[in-house]
Design a protein around this ligand. Structure first.
Ligand code: ADP
Ligand code: MG
Length: 609
């Protein structure tokens, strides 16, 4: 912490004295570098932090700069009034460009945003109001009483202040509630939705942030150069910007800044060889993507990992501790079922995965869902938790119709789930994984970021305390700062349950939680699930592991080829001829049932007694 404060102090002093040693042209280059740094911050927030490929950043830059130029020269606005309007116009453009992100992702989104940026460049090159290819000159010098901003030295200080604010705000966003959700969305949008993150709103937020930084950079550019022309906002510059972010490290805002300032300086230095330089940047970007995908910002961590591996140091002392049971909370009896699935059908292009499935689950149950592979169990969970819309039929949860509800709505209404193939947020620590689910603030409540940051900090502190409790309860305290992918499978499974329970659900859906666990881990899982139910959370459990179902569930629903073929206590179900028939084809399961088909169910009875 102390070294961190010292480092910030050194940077601030260096930034303060920097212009004293520089000539007029050098300070101009630094001024340009800071503008690119702001652009790169916006790019990093959208692409690196939120995973939204945004190739329109240079157009946001252009909207900001052109809006200032047009409003001051055509409409007679003062510089600052024009600036405010210009930033608003850029944010509006950002939200417009963000709309496609609601429907498409990855390279499709890249192509669409690039297309919109090209449209913008085309427009400014041809329109009268933007001065065509000649651009607009005569933008007035911004006025601050007592400061002559026509001096590029003094302009540097204005930029430095704006840039510092932008960097601090960006880091604040990344390391608190909003940024955590954006990163969760980047790592796994489906899982983030199931944890209550409002994905559409978050995607728009990513574009809002990108355009905000783009607009501010555009305003500063217009005030610095006082002339705007199309070539500044060309695709070649978009590529340079992309190179800055990738070389610096898109997931780290500091990396983006280093990339932007570094590449601006290199570009200036190579300005006599610009054709070859452009080729060079391309090669460097390709090398970076292949050999150092986390960019320069990721290099220290990679070196540290390498060093520790050399030294043979591992986190051997970290251990999974026993689960601490919840307090038992007796639930008042309720007359209504917690979950009702009513004749649900789900078709996938000719394949009927669910065929008129009906079931009701009462509050306080542990309900087992069993069935051979491919019988529709996971599909049923996906319908219940809002991932799939059923082709026909209805679902009701906690007294409300939820057939068409989105996963995040259901999460906020008290439903949580785990996934058959683990879906932890891979680029976040174990603690952050839990924090994403713990945080129940709605995205629209994040206006606090704009006007009342102490509120955000206070909430953050409360959340972190609760995360510590949850990690402690699930015996995961030693792994709080670990990267989940580096941990053994059994621990990852437990993290997923801890994460789901962090949302304090009324209904917990567990999809094959025992898959891949060893005998001791299964015993612990049984204790955990019982305690979860005793704490007042209803559990719906898909399981292949028959022993687990036998000892945990009061009631079991059996699916086969998308149909419910039996329902009852585990011993009733195992004795049912339909169930025995269905399992005939699944030798693995019949052996897990502990008998050949058609034989008596002694072992199953033993297991339940
Ligand atoms: P289970 O979890 O019981 O093993 P699933 O619910 O995963 O079974 O799958 C049921 C059937 O639906 C399978 O035949 C599977 O191939 C099909 N299925 C599941 N999801 C999809 C999907 N997204 N698209 C097409 N078919 C699917
Ligand atoms: Mg499944």
């Amino acid at each position: 912490m102390k070294s961190c404060i010292a480092a910030v102090g050194v940077v601030l002093i260096a930034a303060w004295v920097l212009p004293y040693g520089l000539g007029g042209y050098s300070i101009h280059v630094i001024d340009i570098a800071l503008i690119y740094a702001l652009l790169a911050l916006g790019m990093g927030l959208a692409m690196g932090v939120s995973g939204q490929i945004n190739l329109a950043q240079v157009a946001f830059f252009g909207v900001g700069a052109y809006a200032v130029a047009i409003l001051t020269t055509h409409n007679g606005y003062g510089f600052w009034a024009a600036s405010v309007l210009a930033v608003l116009a850029t944010v509006a453009a950002g939200l417009l460009v963000g709309i496609p992100a609601l429907r498409m992702q990855s390279h499709y989104l890249g192509i669409v945003t690039l297309g919109l940026a090209l449209g913008f460049i085309n427009w400014i090159t041809n329109a009268d109001i933007s001065g065509g290819a000649d651009g607009i000159s005569g933008v007035p010098v911004p006025r601050i009483p007592g400061v002559d901003l026509s001096s590029e030295y003094l302009y540097y200080y204005l930029e430095a202040v704006v840039f510092a604010l932008g960097l601090v705000f960006g880091l604040f966003v990344v390391h608190t509630s909003l940024g955590r959700r954006l990163r969760a969305m980047r790592d796994d949008a489906l899982a983030a939705g199931a944890m209550g993150a409002e994905i559409p709103l978050l995607r728009m937020t990513a574009f809002l942030l990108a355009s905000l930084y783009g607009g501010v950079a555009g305003v500063l550019y217009a005030g610095l150069i006082r002339y705007v022309a199309p070539e500044t906002f060309s695709t070649a510059n978009m590529f340079i910007l992309l190179a800055m972010v990738i070389i610096g490290g898109r997931r780290s805002l500091v990396g983006c800044v280093v990339g932007a300032i570094g590449l601006t300086l290199v570009r200036e230095w190579l300005s006599d060889f610009s054709t070859y330089a452009q080729l060079g940047y391309g090669v460097v970007v390709v090398l970076m993507v292949v050999f150092a995908p986390t960019g320069l910002a990721g290099v220290p961590a990679r070196l540290r990992a390498l060093y520790e591996r050399r030294r043979g140091r591992t986190s051997a002392r970290a251990e999974l501790r026993p689960f601490v049971p919840y307090d038992v909370t007796p639930q008042p009896p309720s007359s209504e079922p917690l979950l009702t699935v009513d004749t649900v059908v789900k078709d996938f292009r000719g394949l009927r995965a669910l065929d008129e499935v009906s079931l009701t689950v009462d509050a306080g149950e542990i309900r087992g869902i069993v069935g051979p592979n491919g019988s529709g169990k996971t599909t049923l969970f996906n319908v219940i938790s809002g991932f799939y819309r059923p082709t026909a039929g209805q679902v009701a949860f906690a007294g409300a119709r939820t057939t068409t509800a989105r996963p995040y709505t259901l999460s906020l209404a008290g439903m949580a789930r785990t996934f058959q193939n683990l879906r932890l947020f891979g680029q976040m620590t174990v603690r952050e994984n839990v924090l994403v689910a713990l945080d129940r603030t709605r995205t629209h409540a994040l206006w606090q970021y704009a006007v009342w940051q102490p509120g955000v900090v206070r909430r953050e502190r409360r959340l972190r305390e609760r995360a510590r409790d949850i990690l402690g309860r699930y015996g995961l305290a030693d792994f709080a700062d670990a990267d989940p992918a580096s941990l053994p499978y059994g621990i990852q499974r437990r993290i997923e349950i801890a994460r789901a329970m962090a949302a304090q659900p009324r209904l917990l859906l567990l999809d094959e939680p025992a898959a891949g666990l060893n005998g001791e881990e299964v015993q612990q899982l049984i204790r955990i699930v019982r305690s979860i139910r005793d704490s007042g959370t209803t559990v719906l459990l898909i399981e292949h592991h028959m022993g687990l179902v036998m000892s945990l569930c009061e009631k079991v629903t059996v699916l086969s080829s998308g149909k419910v073929i039996a329902e009852g206590t585990p011993s009733e179900v195992v004795a049912s001829p339909e169930v025995i028939e269905a399992y005939l084809g699944d030798s693995e399961l019949s052996s897990r049932l502990g008998r050949g088909p058609g034989q008596p169910t002694d072992r199953a009875k033993e297991a339940t007694s």
